[in-house]
Design a protein around this ligand. Sequence first.
Ligand SMILES: [Ca+2]
Ligand SMILES: [Ca+2]
Ligand SMILES: [Ca+2]
Ligand SMILES: [Ca+2]
Length: 573
Amino acid sequence: MATGGEYLSNPVLGTRLQSLVNQNPELARVSRLTQSPGSNEVWLVELGQGTETDRASRPALLVVAGIEGNDLAGTASVVAWLEQLCQEQSTNDTIRKLLQRVTIYALPRVNPDAAEAFFAKPKAESAVNSRPVDDDRDGLIDEDGPEDLNGDGLITWMRVNDPEGEYILDPAEPRLLVRADRAKGQAGAWRLLTEGRDNDGDMAWNEDGPGGVNLNRNFPYNYRFFAPEAGRYQVCEPETRALADFVVKHPNIAAAFSFGIADNLTQTPKAEPPKRPPVALHEQDADYYRELGKAWRLALGLTKELSGQTAPGTFSDWMYFHRGRLSLAARAWSPALAVAMAQSQTNTASTTNDSAAGPSPALPSASEPAPKPKASRPAPEPDKPDTASEEERAFLKWADAHAPELFVQWQPIQHPDFPGQRVEVGGWAPFAKTNPPEKLLADLAKRHAKFLTDLASRLPQIEIGSIKVKDLRDGVFDVTLTIRNTGYLPTALAQGEFSQQVPPTRVTLLLDDKAILAGTKRVMLGPIAGSGGSKEVRWVILAPDRQRVEVEVVSALGGTVRAHIELKDTSQP
Ligand SMILES: [Ca+2]
Ligand SMILES: [Ca+2]
Ligand SMILES: [Ca+2]
Ligand SMILES: [Ca+2]
């Protein structure tokens, strides 16, 4: 059995998932959620014991990866995690019980079109699907993509020696470029462009390559119309539409986790009192995000927070702000994470007592500026000051030590678009900043899996706590029922109440209306706190001919339970 140690092309991913199902027919199902504009399958995996009805009424965790598509590490981790759960359920009691109690929905790769670019020749990083889009609005579609000028099979960068350029060589690391600071009297000397030619002669290089829409900018919350790669309107793509429809059809999804650009785990996000429209975490939900962020960093071996970030129109924000579900998100891997993980490991090795102390208290780090969301065809942003050079130098140092292939040494070429000018091709390899070298994948997947299994075990779980019956004589009974949530999460977050997208917990006494003397046949309960929170329901009923009555409790996120109430006085011994 593989251990998540490799990057999977989409056909190989399909085969792996199918064999998982073949080996675990009782537990695992795979289906085709939709097909991408590039004719690649988007797979949906479901894990859980029991019938379809059982699984649909249980608390569910939805795990989404590869929604930007250039992050193949997330897909590898999700597949490894699913395989691990299937393997362990025969040997590990906790896992077996977990899969009888919760349902897991997983989409290991929402954007297969972008992921396929990882396996293409030449290799060019992309985070968009294959929908043809006129990125520069010149009336031509996909007319100027990148070219592999030095024939190394990679689309990297080119730097052009030009007095009109915005950049200078980084004095501390001349392989890197930093923006010239005019205020300090620095004159620009280099232009930084993606590798290729200006095919349409508009003095822009590779401004309109193949594709497309970034699916993680296409969701309704905080959607930006007309933004690059956002699509024509919300959920306009088959992949995003199918995912949104799936979520709406599965109200039992109690929590979601997604790998992608959005990150609310390596740094606890801001929270404030709710507003319409909401702009930050509901203040009453913040503690869950803080605690789960700690668990995430502990699983990854991080001893401090890194800078979190988000982007407009992400799936994870939609799941929280509109759907009202706990929605956790993180990058599967990043340069900052690689550097921090290496540092933590060094620290742990040198001062062994540190590991016993656990992670340091969560403190937002003001010194680390949030990295800018990475565009699929990365291009310098001329108006923004370059704040990332420190982080980039640290990452280059890390790459030199662990994966030198991630940085292509600059090499002068003759460029037909720049006769007589010095042009060099090189710089960061495609996917270098989004995916670790393959040799680090298995360890990373193990850490992700630990967190995901922990998260699945924290879903709300409704149980009948106690039943009290008082015999009032002549067939009249006073019945009090306690409903308890033994899970970690509440049956609805504050945002779930605020967005009104999490139905209340419904308690139904299966008895004729006319037999209910006090109380109502159906009682709606507000959110029940986790970790043993409870609510009481009380009826007075007339049931002279009955030994017992049945009650049903349906909690959208906490499961469904039925119980018999024996009509026998419980206050008597
Ligand atoms: Ca165009
Ligand atoms: Ca090249
Ligand atoms: Ca080109
Ligand atoms: Ca052009």
